[in-house]
Write a protein that binds this ligand. Structure first.
Ligand SMILES: NC(=O)c1ccc[n+]([C@@H]2O[C@H](COP(=O)([O-])OP(=O)(O)OC[C@H]3O[C@@H](n4cnc5c(N)ncnc54)[C@H](OP(=O)(O)O)[C@@H]3O)[C@@H](O)[C@H]2O)c1
Length: 335
């Protein structure tokens, strides 16, 4: 009897703490004292460096929005290492130029920097003009630029909504339509890739403009995969889980206290790395994946499924507790 009470209260507290964890940053902080770090972290060490064969992107041009920082920079570096000529575009020309020089000096391949605010369709048109003049039309287009910040939805202004959806959804649409039209006219094939996020599927509170816009990006890409395959254009999507980049974490986890809660729910026991996204992106944009279109690949160490299954919290039950549970279940007769 005492064992049953202890078990029930322990399970109840596990479930209660799960709710707390989702509810607030303070919940995350208090959980930190209760939970041991996931032992799985000792497995699944990240492997860096380019995975594909050297020269896989020789004579190819890759255009990467938001290529000056974070995941965009990592993807550009990998493609450049594999032989691509790269063009990176975003608002901050000085950042782009510095990144372009650093990557180019590391790989020996050309990296061009083009200023562009993807929210402005005229600016996108000018950027694509410049891209064509520099390298010709690209073989690879990665829609990676984004903006996001955590905010209770009741505090969102129309301007905040517009800013995020303009960068993420409209910006992706302007780049995709402008390049798509020109590629179709030139009868040139290309691989498009969009970087979204796992909550594009589920939605997520506190990042609602981003969730809505990323879901829109996925619908755009899947629709065009169906419509424009006949023009030699394919469209795929990567949904990364949490990966520490300055841009993402400074606006999504400003106090740093959410990171441990994230680690607690990732079965692989660690965050992802920019190189892991870069290698997957390189494969999905390469000729090795030319039969892949309309695909959505989640790369998150198992975080999404771990949050989704209602019984997954039972991983916190110890072997001794399982012995008691099993005895209770076996002793139950009828319904
Ligand atoms: N890191 C993660 O944990 C994570 C998880 C899931 C998904 N993602 C996705 O991964 C992608 C890259 O994010 P990140 O973590 O690498 O963050 P990041 O370094 O902040 O990258 C965002 C990039 O977008 C560019 N950008 C922002 N507004 C723009 C605009 N109006 N026009 C053109 N470019 C603009 C920024 O450059 P400028 O400031 O120079 O414009 C920056 O280079 C994003 O799509 C993000 O949603 C990241």
């Amino acid at each position: 009897m005492a064992a049953r009470c202890w078990l029930r209260s322990d399970l109840r507290s596990a479930v209660r703490s799960l709710r707390l964890r989702a509810a607030c940053l303070h919940g995350a902080a208090s959980l930190r004292q209760q939970e041991a770090p996931p032992p799985e972290g000792r497995f699944f060490s990240p492997v860096g460096g380019a995975m594909l064969l050297p020269g896989s992107f020789r004579d190819k041009v890759a255009f990467v929005t938001g290529g000056g920082t974070g995941l965009g920079r990592a993807m550009t570096t990998t493609l450049s290492q594999l032989g691509a000529t790269a063009v990176i575009a975003s608002r901050k020309l000085d950042v782009l130029q510095r990144t372009a020089e650093e990557i180019s000096s590391q790989t020996g391949n050309q990296v061009h920097a083009v200023q562009c605010d993807v929210r402005d369709p005229q600016a996108v048109m000018r950027c694509v003009d410049q891209l064509e003049a520099l390298t010709g039309l690209p073989d690879v287009i990665i829609n990676n630029a984004a903006g996001n910040f955590v905010c209770p939805s009741e505090r969102l202004s129309p301007n905040a909504w517009r800013t995020i959806t303009d960068i993420v959804l409209n910006g992706t649409a302007y780049v995709t339509l402008e390049l798509g039209k020109r590629l179709i006219q030139a009868r040139k094939g290309a691989a498009f890739l969009a970087i979204t996020t796992s909550y594009a599927d589920s939605g997520s509170g506190f990042v609602v403009p981003s969730a809505a816009a990323k879901a829109g990006v996925e619908a755009l890409c899947k629709s065009l995969a169906a419509e424009w395959g006949r023009h030699g254009l394919r469209f795929n999507i990567i949904q990364p889980g949490p990966i520490r980049t300055k841009g993402a974490f400074s606006r999504l986890d400003p106090t740093g206290s959410f990171e441990e809660a994230m680690l607690g729910r990732i079965p692989a026991g660690r965050l992802g790395t920019p190189d892991e996204v870069a290698n997957l992106a390189a494969y999905m944009c390469s000729d090795y994946s030319s039969w892949m279109s309309g695909a959505v690949v989640r790369l998150d160490g198992g975080e999404f499924v771990s949050m989704a299954g209602e019984f997954n919290e039972l991983r916190r039950v110890t072997t001794e507790q399982w012995a008691v549970m099993e005895a209770m279940i076996r002793s139950t007769k009828g319904s």
